[in-house]
Design a binder for this molecule. Sequence first.
Ligand SMILES: Cc1ncc(COP(=O)(O)O)c(C=O)c1O
Length: 439
Amino acid sequence: MIAEKSKSTELLERRKKVVANGVGVFNRATVQDAKGAIITDADGRALIDFAGGIGVVNAGHCPEPVVKAIQEQAAKYLHTSFNVVSYEPYVELCEKLIEILPHGNETKAMLVSTGAEAVENAIKIARQATGRQAVIGFSEAYHGRTMMAMTLTSKIGYKIGCGPFAPEVYRLRFPNFYLYGKGLEYDDFINQEIAQLEMSTQNLVDPNTVAAIILEAVQGEGGFNPIPKAYLKALRTHCDKYGIMLIIDEVQSGFCRTGEWASWQHYGVTPDISTYAKSMGSGMPIAAVLGRKEVMDAAAAGSIGGTYIGNPVCCVAALATIKLMEELDLNSKAKEIADTINRRFKTLQLEHNSIGDVRGLGAMIGIEFVKHNDTSQPNTALCAEIVQRCSDDGLIIISAGIEKNIIRILSPLVITDEQLERGLDILESAITSAINRSI
Ligand SMILES: Cc1ncc(COP(=O)(O)O)c(C=O)c1O
């Protein structure tokens, strides 16, 4: 008797036939509906979601007030293009963003649809504000897949065969102590990296030609690496000294993930410009660029924007999402979730030398897998096996890192305690089984 094919298998087979191979498959899960932290797959199997659509559903799948706001707005008007006919949800969303994410005394905002688009516009604004061209990014950075964003992205795997890339982009090493600090004391390593930053004015690019330095205060795709506080403060001083715009990309780390609206709010450092997307809209394509008023206003009329900027349905979804995040105090919830995850995995780390590091900020936590407790030997195969075992056992999870050897946890922050513990049980058991099998 031939076993009946599952609906998920059928869907993935249909996908393979018609969808271009370049569209990545990070996990083989499927969905027919999703609520809170649970995805029901095409076969009716309930899966706990620790990927959150790559950090997009901090407020959960289909939160009721967000769905209602979308439905109501959809019945009123879907699109006018804000360039042509102004509407209140766009203005109201900018007002709200400025209230929760002030950049100094006076802040202004603009809306677009995706994180990459926000990054592109942030660079254009910085260039116009400074009259300079060069941009400095970091190793292990991820900023998206459009041309400037991809150029700024560090991982070669995302850009093979896509050049030529945007000119005048330079790269500094991200001060990742775990990866680059071998044999050094933490403080000595940070001081060394800060010295490198100053040296870059002599050996990388003339600082008087640099428009912006862009970074993720907690790197997402690059492996959930929080920037050391002393380094970010030094970056701020460096930018002030040379008249460079400091851009912080909060596309993955924003909207309660780390326990603040933006991860830079942990550091006592304010960027000149910052970018947001993902969890801001609970899955609707909405993104924002915020910055100091005089910086934002330096962009000439018509030089930033596009047809779909700040779609009204997406704006109301973002407004309802932010309201819900405030009502549920998801910033505090992120800290509670972080405590639970850290408690469990810091303990597990003591038992297995394949777990090189457990780190992050708030509920943006990564678990790095290496061979023989050696930071320079990433264990990609082990990480892939863990993702697969989790998937078999009902947990959707994805990896991160240049070598794909880091498990990243991006569960919705509305996850119940029981769902969280159950998900962590599955993950812990997948890690233990995969490690035991590999030794
Ligand atoms: C930090 C960061 N910036 C930018 C982007 C690009 O966002 P999008 O995929 O919406 O273009 C991402 C996406 O993962 C991101 O993590």
